[in-house]
Design a binder for this molecule. Structure first.
Ligand SMILES: Cc1cc2nc3c(=O)[nH]c(=O)nc-3n(C[C@H](O)[C@H](O)[C@H](O)COP(=O)(O)O)c2cc1C
Length: 188
């Protein structure tokens, strides 16, 4: 019988699957800092985002092709990336289990939408530690992969506090979440 660590080791050693050059998906890159993306008046949690340039300031966000927000992002060409603290985890995560196709998530989950500073049709949510207003620069690989990668220019930043100094909401994969425990400063 497999002990848990045997199963873990077997997964670690997974061989490439269908093609000789591509490995099977493995979620061993988590944790990720969980964001909340608003597009127009819809919202959804995003773990698959990353900064890709400081000057000009740019992010990349990967949007599942099944999400209603993909259509909105293509139509509106703008979005706002929010970082809420661990205390807000319930409503931030729940927004990922509802679709804007059927629900007004902001009203249902108690998110207070307010006008953005630079965006025309996208609203931002009150109470986040930091909010990055962005316009779509480019959608990469329109037909390839199950997520559509978008390059976005940051056009305005709202800073309440740095998430790293408080209790950021971290996604561990599956349905698991955490915040920071120990911390250290590296002194080279
Ligand atoms: C913790 C968590 C992280 C997620 N990360 C992403 C992500 O990075 N990209 C994405 O497209 N969807 C992600 N999702 C899924 C969407 O949030 C989910 O499909 C949502 O219901 C889409 O809403 P919409 O149909 O209103 O666009 C995530 C969901 C959860 C719970």
């Amino acid at each position: 019988m497999n002990r848990p660590q045997d199963v873990e080791n077997r997964v670690e050693c997974d061989e490439p699957s269908s093609s000789a050059s591509r490995a099977k998906y493995y979620s061993g890159f988590y944790p990720m800092h969980l964001g909340l993306l608003s597009v127009a008046t819809n919202l959804f949690p995003v773990a698959w985002w990353t900064p890709i340039s400081k000057d000009p300031f740019r992010f990349l966000v990967a949007v599942d092709r099944k999400n209603h927000s993909l259509k909105l992002l293509r139509e509106h060409g703008e979005a706002a990336l929010h970082f809420f603290s661990y205390a807000d985890r319930e409503r931030v995560v729940r927004a990922g289990y509802l679709s804007g196709r059927k629900h007004n998530k902001a009203a249902r989950l108690g998110f207070d939408l307010v006008p953005a500073t630079r965006l025309e049709t996208t609203q931002i949510v009150n109470g986040a530690d930091a909010v990055f207003e962005m316009t779509v620069r480019e959608e990469l690989q329109r037909e390839d992969g199950d997520h559509a990668p978008f390059v976005l220019d940051v056009v305005h930043v709202h800073r309440r506090r740095r998430p790293a100094t408080g209790q950021p909401l971290l996604f561990l994969g599956y349905r698991d979440f955490a915040t920071l425990g120990e911390r250290t400063r590296f002194r080279p």
